[in-house]
Each structure stands twice: as structure tokens, then as C-alpha cells.
Design a protein around this ligand. Structure first.
Ligand code: PLP
Length: 405
């Protein structure tokens, strides 16, 4: 049975063209890009090429605004820690409640270990940022704002260009975790006030363990990793040449396919969304109905545990990620759905250019019966909580994906 892979926000298949581009750098062209001899020069040229390919994808003004890293997590850490070093007289960070743990865990750590105050901006039940609460936190004490471009669980897109302009008004740096947005949404960073942006190659058909941090020209930056002079002193350590070459090629392909593929992927996503809503009663979509990644469908099912659906789908050869229900005794709810006051088991289907209509039809074929099988009758609610409580629609307690991808 071939697998229907609908977990592309977790990771994507490496494109065969990317593998081809990487192969020489895993075999004959093994030079260290810092070496002065021919093999080193070849590797150095490959890095420059990858930097330009990525520059084109994100619309950066210059390729020297790009520093290669080990991925999204490192880039997020590097951006926030740099801001606290370069603006030492400011001790506040503004972020949102629905960020990836790469940001939230670091912020919690900084709160515990340094004299740093963290403001976490809430979201509404569609996952939309509370802009008034955001404005209210912006003062000259803020060193950095770190707010994601698009949410990994629901696909909700935040208005980062506008948020960056507001941050500038108080002289704060603006960083965005764009790990889920790069390669899926068109970008032209040179026309925005965004100072720093994190991205990760494995989310757009590149290899794992490689990513980049964009730092706008003129923005002061202190390296997280100390050592040699690689990456113009911004990230010490011998560069992962094959990975970076793969990232560059993946960026080139993402840009080439973006227009046509976005339309096609959104059509597939909408077909699945409408099909599920029609076939499965008491199901609803989590996330902003309009401002949402074209590839993401997070769908909740009343009176059901997301994990159960996930396991049965997996048995039927369908890979996606899950959201357990809110009720006590079930797995911990995700911070994202909890912040949105969503309390039902949820499943995230995320598409890529590898998917087609057969994938959607396969899910529609098996999902209604799975939900039917798992759905608890209203009368089987656990003692102490009414059946209605356990349905916990928006406005009650929480549900989860537990998946931080
Ligand atoms: N930020 C977001 C929004 C993500 O979805 C992920 C991926 O899981 C990360 C950060 C971490 O990226 P990486 O896996 O490259 O460290």
C-alpha cells in the first residue's frame, strides 16, 4: 500500500532535483568552502550560488543578508539572543502565545535566567492576533518582537509587514519565524520593515538540518555560535555544503513552481475541506478562514480524540498529524488550539506539490467511517462532566496536536 503523505508541515520529501544537486558535494566535491585551493573554491562558489537562490525566493536586497544555519530552531534562537546583546539597555520581548517552541521555550528560559520580561500576545478563536494588545505592549523597553509569519498547526497567517512597521515606531527589532511561510507564500523582504527572518530547508523539499537567518543590511547582529570566521563571522563552524546546496536548489524550485502549485494545492486543500465538512457532521475548521496557508487544513471533530483518528488513518496508509481531545485523561492539548479555545480532537492535513486528487479522494473515502467508529455517543461522557462539557466547543477548554512541527 503506498502512503498518502499529508504531513508536509512536519517535513517534506526531498525533491529528486535537490538530491541531484547535492550528490557531487557528498562525493567528489568535498572541499572545505574556507580552503584556498581548487576544491575549496568550488565549494565556496556553491555556497554563493545557494545564497543567491535563496535571496531570490525571499526577495532580499542582497545575498549578504543571508546566514546559513542548522535550521529554523537555531535561526530563531540566534535572532532573539542577538537582539538582547545588541540592544542591552532594553529588556523586553514581545511574542505571541502560538509561536513554535523554538521561540516560546527560549523566551521562558530567558525569563527564568535573565532580567527579561516577555509579553505573549493572545489570539482569538480563529487564531488571529490581538492587534490592540500588541500595540499596547510596544514601548521603548522592547528589544525585539518575534512573531511568526504563519502558524504550523492551523496555517493562520499574521500580518507581519504591518506588525514590523509598528515595532519600528518604538525602535524595536522585528523578527519573524517564517519556517512555514517560506516557499509557500510570495515574499519581497526588501520592501518590508522586517529585520530578521528564520527559515528551514526541510519544509520546502530541501534536506533536514539546514536553514538560514535573514538579517537586513544595517541591522546589528551578534553571532550565537562563537568560533571561526565562517558566514562573515555570523555563524562559526564549517558550513554544511551539501545541505546548503540542497537548500539553494529547493529555493529555486519553490520559486519556479510557486504560482502554479499554490493554486493547485489550494484547490486540493479546499476539496478535502469541503468534502470533510459535507460528509462528517459536527466537524469544523480551525484557523483564519481567509488568511491561511493554502496547503493547511486543521479540522476538529466534536466528541473525538484526534490521536485515535491519526492511528486509524495511519493504518489505512494515510500520514497526517493529530490533535487529541480536551477532556481530562486524554493527552495534553496543544498550546495553539488551547490559546484559540478549541477543545475538540483535531487533525492537521498539510499538502505539498507531491500531492494529487487521488490523495484527497482516498482520505474522503476512509475518514467518515473512522470518525463514526471513534465518535463517542453523547451518553458515554465520563462521570463528573456532562456530555455537553465534553463536546467543549469554542469557548470551553482545550484540544491539541502535540506536534511542534
Ligand atoms: N518554527 C516553526 C513554525 C516550525 O514549524 C518549525 C518546524 O518544525 C520550526 C520552527 C523548527 O524548524 P527546524 O525543524 O528546522 O529546527
Amino acid at each position: 500500500m503506498s502512503v498518502v503523505y499529508l504531513d508536509n508541515n512536519a517535513t517534506t520529501r526531498v525533491d529528486p532535483g535537490v538530491v541531484q544537486a547535492m550528490l557531487p558535494f557528498l562525493t567528489d566535491q568535498f572541499g572545505n568552502p574556507s580552503s584556498a585551493h581548487g576544491l575549496g573554491t568550488l565549494a565556496g562558489a556553491a555556497l554563493r550560488n545557494a545564497r543567491r537562490q535563496l535571496q531570490a525566493l525571499i526577495g532580499a536586497e542582497s545575498d549578504d543578508e543571508i546566514t546559513f544555519t542548522s535550521g529554523g530552531t537555531e535561526s530563531d534562537n540566534a535572532a532573539i539572543l542577538s537582539a538582547l546583546e545588541v540592544i542591552p539597555d532594553r529588556t523586553e520581548i514581545v511574542t505571541s502565545v502560538v509561536e513554535h517552541p523554538a521561540v516560546l521555550t527560549l523566551c521562558a528560559h530567558l525569563e527564568r535566567t535573565r532580567r527579561v520580561k516577555v509579553h505573549r500576545i493572545p489570539v482569538d478563536r480563529h487564531g488571529r492576533l490581538d492587534i490592540e494588545a500588541y500595540r499596547a505592549t510596544l514601548t521603548p523597553n522592547v528589544a525585539i518582537v518575534s512573531i511568526m509569519w504563519a502558524n504550523n498547526e492551523t496555517g493562520t497567517i499574521f500580518p507581519v509587514a504591518k506588525l514590523a512597521e509598528l515595532a519600528k515606531e518604538v525602535g524595536a527589532l522585528f523578527h519573524t519565524d517564517a519556517v512555514q511561510a517560506v516557499g509557500k507564500l510570495p515574499m519581497n523582504l526588501k520592501s518590508t520593515a522586517i529585520d530578521m527572518l528564520s527559515l528551514s530547508s526541510h519544509k520546502f523539499h530541501g534536506p533536514k538540518g539546514v536553514g538560514a537567518l535573514f538579517v537586513k543590511r544595517g541591522v546589528p547582529f551578534h553571532s550565537l555560535i562563537k568560533g571561526g570566521h565562517q558566514e562573515r563571522d555570523r555563524r562559526a563552524g564549517t558550513e554544511n555544503t551539501p545541505g546548503i546546496v540542497g537548500l539553494g536548489r529547493a529555493a529555486e524550485l519553490a520559486l519556479k513552481f510557486m504560482d502554479a502549485e499554490t493554486t493547485r494545492i489550494k484547490w486540493l486543500r479546499d476539496r478535502l475541506e469541503n468534502g470533510v465538512l459535507q460528509r462528517v457532521p459536527n466537524s469544523f475548521v480551525n484557523g483564519d478562514p481567509l488568511e491561511r496557508l493554502p496547503n493547511t487544513l486543521n479540522i476538529a471533530f466534536e466528541r473525538i480524540e484526534g490521536d485515535g483518528i491519526l492511528h486509524l488513518l495511519d493504518r489505512m496508509g494515510i500520514a497526517c498529524s493529530s490533535g487529541p481531545a480536551c477532556t481530562s485523561g486524554y493527552p495534553e492539548p496543544s498550546h495553539v488550539l488551547r490559546a484559540m479555545n478549541i477543545a475538540h480532537g483535531a487533525v492537521r492535513f498539510s499538502f505539498s506539490r507531491d500531492n494529487d486528487q487521488d490523495d484527497v479522494d482516498r482520505v474522503l473515502e476512509v475518514l467518515p467511517a473512522i470518525v463514526d467508529k471513534l465518535r463517542e455517543p453523547l451518553s458515554s461522557a465520563p462521570e463528573g462532566r456532562s456530555a455537553e462539557d465534553r463536546q467543549c466547543g469554542p469557548g470551553l477548554s482545550a484540544g491539541s496536536t502535540g506536534d511542534h512541527s
